[in-house]
Design a protein around this ligand. Structure first.
Ligand SMILES: Nc1ncnc2c1ncn2[C@@H]1O[C@H](COP(=O)(O)OP(=O)(O)OP(=O)(O)O)[C@@H](O)[C@H]1O
Ligand SMILES: [Mg+2]
Length: 517
C-alpha cells in the first residue's frame, strides 16, 4: 500500500483524507489517482469494499476549481441510497477545499432541488432519471462538466438506464474525462466503455478470486419449505451483529420481515415500493444499530457501505453471479471479516455452481443446527452468562436472596430454574411465507452478451400469478421508485426505476413500461 502523500495530492485534500481516517491508499486508489490525475479516462475494477469511491473521488475533487461557480463534475449512480452515500463521501473529501456539492434523486421534492441548484453547486451526484428530469426542465446545465463518473455502470445498464445516460451525455461536453467503476465487469461493460470513454486506462486490481478473501462463504441446501426455519436457527446460533438478508422479490422481503418480527428479531425490510422517506429511515436505523437485520431486494446490493455488517444471508440465491458478488460484498468491507450464507433449493444447485465458477471460490456446505442443537447452543450461552456474573463478584443483595431460597429449595433445582428463565429458547412461532418458485433449471450461462441475460425467456417461464406477488412486484423496471412518483413529488421520474428492479417479480410478461412511468 502507498501513502496518500506520495500521490501528488494537494494539501487540502490530504487533510480531508486524514480526517476521514484513511492512512494508506488501497491499490485501486493508487492506480486510479495516478492515471486520472494525468487526465486519462479510467475503467476501474476492484473487489467490493476496497475504496472505489475515494478512488474516483480524490481526482475528481482535485480537479474542481473552487473559483469556478459552474457544475464541473457529474457523478451518476444507479440508486438513490448510493447517490446519497457517494455525495457524503465526496463532501468529506472536498471539505477542506470548500467544494459545493448537491445530490439529486427521485422521490425527493423537485422544487427543493431546483432551489438548491441555484446555489451553484460544483459537483452533482444523482440518479439517471432525476438528472434527466432536471436537464429537461432546464434547471441543470452541464456544459462546463469536466469529469463524469459512472459508479456501478453495469447496474445502470441492467436497470434499463442506457437511454437516460445517453441523453444525459448529449448535454455533457465530449472532451470531458470519464471514470467508470464496479466490482464486476460483465461483458456488457465493454460496450459502455466503447460508447462513453476515450481510450480508457483499465485499472483492474488482480485478485485470485472475485470476492473478498475475508468473507467466509457457505451454502445451505434446503427446500423452499425448510428455508425459513433454517434461517431463524442460523440467526440464533450465528448471532450476527448486523445482518443483511436478501430476498428475490418485494413480496418476499415484506413477508420475511414480518416473519422474523414474529420470531422476535429486530428486522425491517427495504425495497422500491416503500417511500423514499421510509427507505432512508430504515437504513438509518440499521446503521445506528436500532434494528439488527435489514431485509432487502437487490436495491441494497450495489455499493452500499454500512460499516459493521457481519453477515449476509441470501435467502434466495441470486439469479446471476454478479448479483452474488455485490450482495455478499456488503460485509467484509475495508479489511474487516464477514460471513455469507446462501440458501439454495436442490433444483437450484446449478446456479450455485455457476456462481462458484464466476467467483473462482467454492462455498462450504453448512448444515444449520437442528432445533435441539440450537437449544443446546442457547443453553450454553445462558450458562456462560451465569458463570460470568459469578466471576464478576458483584452479586450484592442477590446473595442474601439466594440464601433465603436455599433454605426451602434444592440447590440444583434453583440453578436449573435460573438457567431456564434466562435461556432464550428458540422461537418456533409458526409463520407462513408464500413459496417462491425456484429459478428454472439451468446449468450453463448460455445467454451471454448482456452479461446477465436480461429478459431471457427462462426468466419468465412458468410465470403466472402466484400468491399475488406479481401484482406488487411485477414490474421489474419500477423497483426503487414507484413510491416516489405516486407520492406526488411533482417529478416525472419520481425515481421510477432507481433501486434495482430487474429481478423483482420478474415473472410478469407485461411489456415494460415506457419511460414516462
Ligand atoms: N484508503 C482507505 N483506508 C481505509 N478505509 C478506506 C480507504 N478507502 C476507503 N475506505 C473505506 O472503505 C469502505 C468501502 O469503500 P467504498 O464504499 O468506496 O468501496 P467500493 O470499492 O466502492 O465497494 P463496492 O464495490 O461495494 O461499491 C468505506 O467505508 C470507506 O470509507
Ligand atoms: Mg462503490
Amino acid at each position: 500500500m502507498t501513502n496518500f502523500s506520495e500521490l501528488n495530492i494537494s494539501e487540502s485534500t490530504l487533510r480531508s483524507i486524514k480526517r476521514m481516517g484513511f492512512e494508506e491508499a488501497t491499490p485501486i486508489q493508487e492506480g486510479t489517482v495516478t492515471f486520472a490525475m494525468a487526465g486519462r479516462d479510467v475503467l476501474g475494477q476492484a473487489q467490493t469494499g476496497t475504496g472505489k469511491t475515494a478512488a474516483f473521488g480524490i481526482p475528481l475533487i482535485e480537479k474542481i476549481d473552487p473559483k469556478n461557480p459552474n457544475i464541473q463534475a457529474l457523478v451518476i449512480a444507479p440508486t438513490r441510497e448510493l447517490a446519497i452515500q457517494v455525495s457524503e463521501e465526496l463532501y468529506k473529501l472536498g471539505y477542506d477545499k470548500r467544494v459545493k456539492l448537491l445530490s439529486v434523486y427521485g422521490g425527493q421534492e423537485i422544487g427543493r432541488q431546483i432551489r438548491a441548484l441555484k446555489n451553484k453547486p460544483q459537483i452533482i451526484v444523482g440518479t439517471p432519471g432525476r438528472i434527466q428530469d432536471h436537464i429537461n426542465r432546464r434547471t441543470l446545465r452541464l456544459d462546463e462538466v469536466q469529469t463524469l463518473v459512472l459508479d456501478e455502470a453495469d447496474e445502470m445498464l441492467n436497470m434499463g438506464f442506457i437511454d437516460d445516460i445517453n441523453a444525459i451525455l448529449e448535454n455533457v461536453p465530449s472532451d470531458r474525462q470519464t471514470l467508470l467503476f464496479s466490482a464486476t465487469m460483465p461483458p456488457a461493460i465493454r460496450k459502455i466503455a466503447e460508447t462513453f470513454m476515450k481510450d480508457p486506462e483499465i485499472v483492474k486490481i488482480k485478485a485470485k478470486e472475485l470476492t473478498m478473501e475475508n468473507i467466509e462463504q457457505f451454502f445451505v441446501k434446503a427446500t423452499e419449505r425448510e428455508k425459513f426455519d433454517a434461517l431463524s436457527r442460523l440467526l440464533d446460533s450465528q448471532k450476527p451483529e448486523l445482518a443483511i438478508i436478501f430476498g428475490r422479490t418485494k413480496r418476499r422481503v415484506d413477508e420475511l420481515s414480518q416473519a422474523l418480527g414474529l420470531r422476535g428479531f429486530l428486522a425491517e425490510g427495504i425495497h422500491g415500493d416503500l417511500s423514499q422517506a421510509k427507505r432512508i429511515s430504515v437504513l438509518r436505523q440499521f446503521k445506528e444499530g436500532k434494528i439488527d437485520i435489514l431485509i432487502a431486494t437487490d436495491v441494497a446490493a450495489r455499493g452500499l457501505d454500512i460499516s459493521g455488517v457481519t453477515h449476509v444471508y441470501n435467502f434466495d440465491i441470486p439469479q446471476d453471479p454478479e448479483s452474488y458478488v455485490h450482495r455478499i460484498g456488503r460485509t467484509g468491507r475495508a479489511g474487516k471479516s464477514g460471513v455469507a450464507v446462501t440458501f439454495v433449493t436442490p433444483r437450484e444447485m446449478g446456479y450455485l455452481r455457476i456462481v462458484e465458477e464466476t467467483t473462482k471460490k467454492r462455498m462450504t456446505p453448512l448444515r444449520p443446527p437442528s432445533s435441539e442443537e440450537a437449544l443446546v447452543g442457547l443453553q450454553e450461552d445462558a450458562m456462560q452468562s451465569l458463570v460470568e456474573l459469578v466471576q464478576n463478584n458483584d452479586l450484592g443483595t442477590y446473595r442474601e436472596l439466594a440464601a433465603k431460597l436455599l433454605e426451602n429449595n434444592d440447590a440444583l433445582d434453583l440453578v436449573a430454574a435460573a438457567l431456564k428463565s434466562i435461556t432464550k429458547e428458540p422461537d418456533a412461532t409458526p409463520v407462513s411465507l408464500s413459496e417462491e418458485r425456484p429459478l428454472p433449471m439451468r446449468r450453463d450461462r448460455s445467454q451471454g452478451g448482456g452479461g446477465r441475460g436480461r429478459g431471457g425467456n427462462d426468466r419468465n417461464r412458468g410465470g403466472g400469478n402466484r400468491g399475488g406477488g406479481d401484482r406488487r412486484g411485477g414490474d421489474r423496471r419500477r423497483e426503487g421508485g414507484g413510491g416516489g412518483s405516486r407520492s406526488g413529488s411533482g417529478s416525472r421520474d419520481g425515481g421510477r426505476r432507481e433501486g434495482g428492479a430487474r429481478r423483482e417479480g420478474s415473472r410478469d410478461r407485461r411489456p415494460r413500461p415506457r419511460r414516462e412511468d
